[in-house]
Write a protein that binds this ligand. Sequence first.
Ligand SMILES: Cc1cc2nc3c(=O)[nH]c(=O)nc-3n(C[C@H](O)[C@H](O)[C@H](O)COP(=O)(O)OP(=O)(O)OC[C@H]3O[C@@H](n4cnc5c(N)ncnc54)[C@H](O)[C@@H]3O)c2cc1C
Length: 341
Amino acid sequence: MPESILVLTHTDESGLLTKCSLETVSAGKELAERLAAPLTIGIIAAEPTSAAQALRGCKARVLSVCGEVFAQARYATDVAGCEALYKATDATLILAPQSSRIARVAAGFANRIAGSIDTHINSIRSTDSVEVSRWFYRQRIEASMTRSARPWILLIEGGVYPAFTPGEGEVLPEKILVELPEIHTTVIGTRAPAQDAQTIRPDARMLFVAGAGWTKKQPDGEVHTSQAGDLILTFLDRTGASLGSSKSLVDQGGDGQPVLPFLTHMNQVGQTGSTPRHPRGLATCCHGEEPHVVGWRFISERRAISLDPNCGWTRGKADVVYVADAFKVMAQLNELLGSKA
Ligand SMILES: Cc1cc2nc3c(=O)[nH]c(=O)nc-3n(C[C@H](O)[C@H](O)[C@H](O)COP(=O)(O)OP(=O)(O)OC[C@H]3O[C@@H](n4cnc5c(N)ncnc54)[C@H](O)[C@@H]3O)c2cc1C
């Protein structure tokens, strides 16, 4: 059966297509070229015309569902919008970003169109059939899948494809009418922590990892937890780095030991934590044991500061290791960063 591809996209608060949407456009374009299949891009937005200019030169039919009801994410309207965009095409493959907005409605959307759905897709291959892959069990098992059922919805992970870069020309999206249900949910605002209170920053160029050494007795026989907290937060503030942690450090709260109050289990990197993707990483006061370092496998350049010349980092896990007191190194580094600012 010949394939036909629909890429669903949506805007952010500024009214522009999200980065993850533009990455999904690249995925759809690549697949359409390989299969020689027609490509349609659907936009969910309050005002789609300016958002659609990010698709200049894409050589695709561009549709939109629009109006003030699509300015913000809401299950009832978003699922109706996705359904209307699908019904305006004869798509057999539907690619959409693995964003919180789409992930929330994707299962309901699949059910409405009697389609199949797979999520967290990180690659699409096509030879005789379309084959996709995703990770399971914290990226330790990779599954390759193919399906004969159509329509087939695929949610594409962020950061896998490059964001589509627009070319020349102008894009005028065709407006598709949506039969909206009675709306029971009104979005009255967003409550979120201040940007500088967020220590997990997936787009940061650097990952800074704090280990349990920060709260351990130092050579003077004392613990210096509040000084440790100040040094770490100052560094994050001056560099915009993302904060990771070892398991030992985030577990300490439960053990009644000194804690860094801004750390939670969400910051934990490793086998039972996260596997972040930053170009650079700096580990401090961390021993570099395998269950921790396995979470570093997508960090390209690794550096560590540890007092222990025999730690895991020095045994081949880091590119550069400073055998030094992290309190002293970070204080000096913060001073240099402060004077640069
Ligand atoms: C099934 C399983 C799953 C696990 N999953 C994870 C996981 O997901 N993530 C994870 O992190 N761990 C995980 N662990 C635990 C892991 O094995 C280690 O115990 C943990 O990573 C150790 O944390 P740490 O290096 O911060 O602490 P420690 O081993 O206590 O090391 C502290 C280090 O700080 C150094 N230090 C102290 N003071 C200073 C100073 N002033 N300057 C510089 N260095 C200093 C010390 O020399 C020492 O090397 C797991 C373990 C198991 C069994």
